[in-house]
Design a protein around this ligand. Structure first.
Ligand code: ZN
Length: 251
């Protein structure tokens, strides 16, 4: 089976469409949360996600935009975007987002794979460093976890001899590219497909991944997208302009 992994779309329709156009064929789409928040197309992205996916976990921005959590822990820019998103979503999309399940979730028929937004031990925790990853890697009973939340493509592994972090290494800064990671037996992984719509690893291109369960290969992808249109929509919506400018830097 080939599983398309999408995370942290953040209401960026242009980035989502570019990922779908660039994605090789797949059998199942999995969405790791933060469908909305920051970007200016929450309804379009929610509808597209609903059509596309069968497996979802909720993200903190999905919870914030639908009133499941208060905005205390959000910085002013994220809070402003969450309030705008709440006001902009149709009631149908709002209800659908509010009902998204909490992670981690195990996939039907694939007991060795789980999905979560933040960390397997806490859906809202950030797994940024190897230190953050070690406890889940050592204690997990599920060998492979796909996660999001950090907007950093790559991940962490722990085998018999070593534990480390990894990032896919790309050759260009502006073209569509993919990098393959062959999973090793007897090794546990935490893997982030990267953020579709709000990358934060210094690479402006939209990120996603495809997991081939038969070959045990994860293909990381980056694809350029129509940045200008995404930025124009953010300006037109009167969202904080930094939300538009930072898309160009991938920060
Ligand atoms: Zn996010």
């Amino acid at each position: 089976m080939r599983i398309l992994l999408l995370s942290d779309i953040h209401a960026n329709l242009e980035a989502l469409e570019a990922c779908l156009a660039a994605a090789p064929s797949f059998d199942l789409a999995v969405n790791l949360g933060d469908i909305v928040g920051y970007g200016a197309s929450p309804n379009e992205v929610t509808v597209r996600s609903r059509e596309l996916g069968k497996v979802f976990v909720r993200g903190n921005h999905d919870k914030a935009a639908t009133g499941l959590i208060d905005l205390e822990d959000f910085n002013p820019m994220a809070a402003a975007a969450a309030i705008w998103t709440r006001d902009t979503l149709t009631s149908e999309n709002l209800e659908w987002l509010r009902a998204l399940p909490k992670g981690p979730r195990i996939l039907d028929g694939l007991p060795d794979v789980q999905m979560v937004h933040g960390s397997p031990v806490d859906e809202d925790e950030y797994v940024v460093s190897l230190g953050d990853a070690l406890v889940p890697l050592i204690t997990l009973t599920v060998p492979l976890t796909f996660f999001g939340h950090t907007h950093l493509q790559g991940g962490f592994f722990a085998g018999a001899a070593a534990a480390d972090g990894f990032r896919p290494e790309y050759r260009t800064v502006g073209q569509a590219e993919s990098v393959a990671l062959q999973l090793k037996p007897e090794t546990r992984y935490l893997i982030n497909p990267g953020s579709v719509g709000q990358p934060r690893d210094g690479d402006w291109r939209a990120a996603f991944a495809l997991f081939d369960t038969d070959a045990q290969v994860v293909h990381f992808h980056r694809t350029p997208y129509n940045l200008k249109d995404a930025q124009d929509r953010i300006h037109a919506a009167n969202l904080p302009s930094r939300l538009a400018t930072r898309l160009a830097a991938g920060r």
